[in-house]
Design a protein around this ligand. Structure first.
Ligand code: GLP
Length: 244
């Protein structure tokens, strides 16, 4: 695991965007695993600016999102499909048919998980998987538990995640209780993992991810076993980690 220390959110965002743009420049047909949440928004904005300046071209890129709320239509403003469209895809030259997000509107869980896994299996290995981290160490919506989940699955969200994500909904009662999530195996299959973390509320999770035991109780700890994992974190997110 390689750690890149950054000063603050903006610094983190630029470095994350730099790594993603390098990937796309080096391999225009890249398959990118993408993440939602507040953490990657700054990196997406930076990539849009570089696209507008002609520095990076997404016309041949394919993207696969980590997760989606169960029961939300793609058009729902709280859906992750809507998040990706409005924060990123609508502003770059990616082909819409090359962007994949689990379909929250498909209530047949078995069918939807099988459909998404088939898509991922057809790719084989994502070139780069971007991740944020939950306060409880989750990646995607792979919540802490007794085992690492392999394939795409429908998760019962933990209370801590429901509370953390309620800031984006009208009230906590509006937060869906379930979500589809890519499994840990598909994440670990990526050729490169790029995890971004910012803010003091992530400090414990970041510490446990890097220095704790590899355990499904902190899902992100499995990234210690990946051979090409880069963590870009700001000072606040690293506040519980040793300085060296
Ligand atoms: C959400 C998402 C994750 C994200 C995490 C952190 O629940 N499912 O993919 O990484 O929580 O979100 P944020 O970046 O808003 O702190």
């Amino acid at each position: 695991m390689r750690l890149i220390r950054t000063t603050d959110y903006n610094d983190m965002s630029r470095k994350v965007a730099n790594i993603i743009s390098a990937q796309v420049i080096l391999k225009p047909k890249s398959s990118l695993g993408l993440a939602t949440g507040s953490t990657p928004i700054g990196a997406y904005q930076q990539l849009v600016r570089w696209y507008e300046k002609g520095d990076v071209d997404f016309s041949e890129v394919c993207t696969y999102n980590l997760d989606e709320y169960y029961g939300l239509l793609p058009s729902d403003p709280h859906s992750y499909r809507h998040f990706m469209d409005t924060n990123f895809f609508d502003h770059i030259n990616i082909r819409r048919e090359n962007t994949f997000v689990p379909d929250g509107a498909n209530l047949d869980r078995e069918a939807e998980c099988a459909r998404y896994d088939a898509l991922l299996q057809a790719v084989g290995h994502l070139d780069l998987q971007l991740l944020g981290i939950g306060r409880n160490g989750h990646i995607g919506f792979n919540e802490p538990g007794e085992v690492f989940s392999k394939g795409t699955h429908c998760v019962d969200l933990s209370q801590s995640t429901i509370e953390a994500n309620s800031r984006l909904f009208g009230s906590i009662d509006d937060v869906p209780r379930r979500a589809y999530s890519m499994g840990v195996q598909a994440i670990m299959n990526a050729r490169m993992i790029l995890l971004a973390a910012s803010g003091e509320d992530k400090a414990q999770a970041v510490h446990d991810m890097i220095f704790g035991p590899v355990t499904p109780r902190c899902t992100a700890s499995i990234l210690q076993l990946h051979t090409n994992c880069v963590v870009v974190a700001d000072r606040d997110a690293l506040s519980l980690c040793p300085q060296a």
